[in-house]
Design a protein around this ligand. Sequence first.
Ligand SMILES: [Zn+2]
Length: 90
Amino acid sequence: MAEDKKILDASDFEEANISCADCEKQLLKMVRVEKTDTKFEITVNCPYCDGASWANQLEGRYYQNPPEGLGLGAMTEEDGNFALDMKKIK
Ligand SMILES: [Zn+2]
């Protein structure tokens, strides 16, 4: 009964909505695609008010899904802490 096929486990899926700590606009949706031991922290910079989100502690592999009107900008990393710039799309 060996089963080598990788089956997508629905419990792996988890969404994290990241919004600005200052103006509360939604900045990014993180969708977990795989549960792993990788832990990281992400802060998203807000293009609307030049503020930023709170630091979000996440675990696993995530897909970044920007809300409508926003695109992914530059991402910088320091000691496992990521900072992501978002940019407005017209
Ligand atoms: Zn903001």
